[in-house]
Design a binder for this molecule. Structure first.
Ligand code: ARG
Length: 655
C-alpha cells in the first residue's frame, strides 16, 4: 500500500463511524503537505466534519479526539493539531528509511501489484484506416498507451483493442477513386501511396459539394446574427446588459462570418484549379455515389468486397508503420468490419427487449435525458457507428467479461458515448463501468485546430520527423557545448534524437490535462527546462554520469549492504518523493490522467537536482553516506526509467 493509502486506511474506520455518508469525501482531504514545515501530509477534514456534527463540537477538539482513536505511531511521528484543526503528519524517518531500503532492492521500486485486480478493456487509437494517420490520432494513441501500461503495471488485467475504422465511408471513397481515377502504374509500385492519393482526391471533391451545400445555411446564419447584433445595438444605453450583449453578438457574428468566408474561399479555391474544376464537372454526383459504393460493400457486392480485401492489408501496413515507430502494440485489432454480421442481430435484440422501436422507418433507442434518440438502423436499412459500438460491447462482455471499458476518444464524441452507455445499461450491462476518456484538440500557434496551410491535417509521420530533427539540433548543441568537447558519435546523436523527438511528442501530449486543448509547440516540447522529456532524460542520464565518474556499478549498489540515511534535508526530501511513486500511479487511474504521472516525474527530477546541488555524492563525508546517496541516485533513475516506460518512452543513457 502507498503511504497515503496507509494513512487513509487508518482514518477510514473512525471517519466512517462518525460520518458514514461523507467519509470518503473527508478522506480525500488527507493530502501531501504543501510546505515541509507542515510535515509530510495534512488532513483538513476536522473543520467540515465539526460543522457537520453540530455547533457544540470544536474542530481542534474533534481532531484531537479522532487522533486518540487512530493508530499511526508505527509509521508517523506524534501528530500535531494546528490552527483551527489541521492535522499535520510527519512520517517517521526510520519507517521511511525502511521502505526506501526495500524499494532500492525491489525491481519494481516499491510498487506492489494490486490485491484486487480488475479486468479493463482499453479501446484506443482506433483510426479510420484508408486515411493517412494525422495529428488528431496522437492523443488517443499516446494517452491510451499510457493508461494501458499503468494499469498493467499495477497488476490489473488489460485487454487493449484497436477498434479500427475499417468499414466506413472512407472505403466507399477509395473504391470510387479506384474505379475512376486510379493510376495503375503508381498503384502497382506503391499501393498505399496511391490509395492515399485517391482518398485525398475523392475527399476533396466530396468536400467541395458538401461545402457548397452548406453555403445557404451559413449565409442564413450570418443574416440571423446581423439581426441579433442590431437588436443589441438598439438596447437603450442605460440597459445594464447592453455591453455584454453587444460583445456577445459581435463575437457570434464574427464567428459566423469567418465560417462563411472560409467555406466560400474553399469553394472558390477548388473551382479555380482547372484540373479540379474539370473533375468536379465530370463527377457532379460523387457524394451520393461514394455512399452508394459504401452501401454496395456493406450489402456484400462481390466486386467491392474484392477491392476491400485487396486494399485493407495495405491500409493496415500503413498504420502499422506508424505504430512501430511509436512503439505501440495492441492485444487485438478487431475493426468495425469484424462486427458486420452482428449488426442485424443487435438491432433485433434491441427490438425484442423493447428498448428500441421504429420511428419514421428508422429503428431508434429512446433514452431518458436525451432530446434525440440513438438510431441503430436508418430507414434505408443502413447501420450506424452506434450499432457497431453496441455489437462491440456485446462481444467484449461475452469474450473478456470486463469490469471496466475505457474509450479513449476525442471529446467531440461525448454525446455518442453518453447515449451508448445509457443504451448499454438498458440492454442489461449494468456491471460494466463504461468510461469515455475524452480529450481536447491540438491547436496551432494561432489557436486554431492544427492543420497545414493547404487545409489538410498534418500527416503524423511528417510530424514525427520534424520532432526528431528538432531534438537532433538540441542534442548536438548540448554535446558541442560540453566542457571537454563532444562525447557522442553521429550514430549516437541520431539514435538519441529519435528517442527524444518521438518522446517529446508523446510526453508533450501526456503532460497536458487531457480535457484541455493545447497549443502544439515543438520548441517547448524539446526545451531543456520545464516539464519536458528533455529535462527528464537529462536528469536520468545525469545519474548514469555520476556512477561512471564514481566508477561504481549501478546494479551492484542496489544489493550492497548499508542503509539509506538522512544527513541533510535534501536527502530526506528526495527520499519522500521517491517513496510516493506508487501513489502517483494510483492517482493516474482514479480518473485516467497520465499527466499526473508526468507531474510526479517532474517533481522527482526537480527534487533530484536540489539534492544533487546540496548533497555531495562522490565526496560524501562517510562511505556509508556515499552509499546511501548513490542508492538514492540509482532509485531516482530507475523510477524515471519505469515512469517513462509506462508513458511509452525509453530512456537514453547519455545525452
Ligand atoms: N474510428 C473512430 C474515429 O476515428 C473512433 C473509434 C473509437 N472507438 C469506438 N469504440 N467508438 O472517430
Amino acid at each position: 500500500m502507498s503511504i497515503l493509502e496507509t494513512i487513509k486506511s487508518r482514518f477510514r474506520p473512525v471517519l466512517s463511524e462518525l460520518a458514514p455518508r461523507t467519509s470518503s469525501a473527508l478522506l480525500e482531504m488527507i493530502r501531501p503537505a504543501q510546505e515541509s514545515r507542515f510535515g509530510d501530509f495534512q488532513a483538513n477534514f476536522a473543520m467540515p466534519l465539526a460543522k457537520q456534527l453540530g455547533a457544540n463540537v470544536g474542530a481542534r477538539e474533534l481532531a484531537t479526539n479522532i487522533l486518540n482513536r487512530v493508530k499511526l505511531d508505527d509509521f508517523c511521528e506524534v501528530p500535531e493539531v494546528a490552527g483551527p484543526g489541521f492535522i499535520n503528519l510527519r512520517i517517521r524517518d526510520d519507517w521511511l528509511i525502511e521502505s526506501l531500503n526495500k524499494a532500492v532492492a525491489d525491481p519494481r521500486c516499491g510498487v506492489q501489484a494490486t490485491e484486487s485486480p480488475r479486468t479493463y478493456v482499453v479501446d484506443y487509437s482506433s483510426p479510420n484506416v484508408a486515411k493517412p494517420m494525422h495529428v488528431g490520432h496522437i492523443r488517443t494513441t499516446v494517452i491510451g498507451d499510457a493508461l494501458d501500461h499503468v494499469l498493467r503495471f499495477l497488476g490489473h488485467r488489460v485487454i487493449s483493442d484497436n477498434h479500427l475504422g475499417d468499414w466506413g465511408t472512407q472505403f466507399g471513397m477509395i473504391i470510387y477513386g479506384y474505379k475512376h481515377f486510379v493510376d495503375r502504374a503508381a498503384y502497382v509500385e506503391h499501393p498505399v501511396q496511391e490509395l492515399g492519393r485517391l482518398y485525398r482526391l475523392v475527399n476533396k471533391l466530396v468536400g467541395y459539394f458538401d461545402a457548397r451545400q452548406q453555403l445557404p445555411e451559413l449565409r442564413g446564419q450570418v443574416q440571423q446574427r446581423e439581426a441579433l447584433l442590431s437588436r443589441s445595438q438598439a438596447l437603450p444605453e442605460s440597459d445594464k446588459k447592453r455591453s455584454a450583449e453587444l460583445q456577445r453578438s459581435q463575437r457570434q457574428l464574427k464567428e459566423a462570418q469567418d465560417a462563411l468566408q472560409e467555406t466560400e474561399a474553399r469553394v472558390r479555391e477548388l473551382e479555380s484549379e482547372p484540373k479540379t474544376a474539370a473533375l468536379l464537372a465530370a463527377h457532379p454526383r460523387i457524394a451520393d455515389d461514394v455512399l452508394r459504393e459504401t452501401a454496395l460493400l456493406h450489402g456484400g457486392d462481390a466486386e467491392n468486397l474484392r477491392l476491400w480485401h485487396e486494399f485493407l492489408p495495405n491500409c493496415r501496413d500503413e498504420i502499422q508503420r506508424v505504430y512501430r515507430r511509436l512503439n505501440v502494440r495492441f492485444d487485438f485489432e478487431y475493426g468495425e468490419s469484424f462486427y458486420h454480421d452482428q449488426l442485424s442481430v443487435v438491432v433485433d435484440r434491441c427490438l425484442q427487449s423493447g428498448i428500441a422501436r421504429e420511428s419514421n422507418g428508422a429503428i431508434c433507442i429512446f433514452l431518458d435525458g436525451f432530446e434525440t434518440p440513438m438510431i441503430v438502423r436508418k430507414s434505408d436499412g443502413a447501420f450506424l457507428y452506434a450499432t457497431t459500438d453496441l455489437a462491440t460491447i456485446e462481444f467484449r462482455a461475452r469474450t473478456w467479461n470486463p469490469d471496466v471499458i475505457l474509450y479513449v476518444v476525442d471529446h467531440r464524441q461525448s454525446e455518442h458515448f453518453e447515449k451508448l452507455f445509457a443504451a448499454a445499461r438498458q440492454l442489461g450491462y449494468h456491471r460494466i463501468d463504461f468510461r469515455h476518456i475524452k480529450f481536447g484538440t491540438i491547436l496551432d500557434d494561432q489557436g486554431k485546430p492544427f492543420r497545414t496551410r493547404s487545409g489538410d491535417t498534418v500527416g503524423l509521420e511528417g510530424l514525427l520527423d520534424q520532432a526528431v530533427q528538432k531534438a537532433h539540433e538540441v542534442i548536438c548543441r548540448l554535446d558541442d557545448e560540453k566542457r571537454n568537447g563532444r562525447e557522442l558519435s553521429e550514430e549516437q546523436r541520431a539514435r538519441i534524437a529519435e528517442i527524444i523527438g518521438i518522446g517529446a511528442i508523446k510526453y508533450g501530449d501526456q503532460s497536458q490535462n487531457r480535457e484541455s486543448d493545447y497549443k502544439y509547440s515543438l520548441e517547448k516540447m524539446v526545451a531543456l527546462d520545464g516539464n519536458t522529456i528533455t529535462y527528464l532524460q537529462y536528469s536520468h542520464a545525469r545519474v548514469g554520469g555520476i556512477f561512471r565518474k564514481a566508477e561504481v556499478d549501478r546494479a551492484g549498489i542496489r544489493t550492497s549492504p548499508g542503509s539509506i540515511q538522512f544527513a541533510l534535508p535534501a536527502d530526506r526530501a528526495l527520499a519522500m518523493i521517491l517513496a510516493q511513486f506508487h501513489q502517483a500511479l494510483l492517482d493516474v487511474i482514479v480518473d485516467y490522467r497520465p499527466n499526473l504521472l508526468t507531474t510526479y516525474l517532474y517533481d522527482l527530477a526537480k527534487a533530484f537536482h536540489v539534492f544533487f546541488e546540496n548533497c555531495p555524492v562522490r565526496d560524501a563525508e562517510t562511505e556509508a553516506l556515499r552509499t546511501s546517496r548513490l542508492k538514492l541516485c540509482d532509485l531516482t533513475a530507475r523510477i524515471i526509467e519505469i515512469g517513462l516506460s509506462l508513458l511509452g518512452i525509453p530512456v537514453v543513457e547519455r545525452m
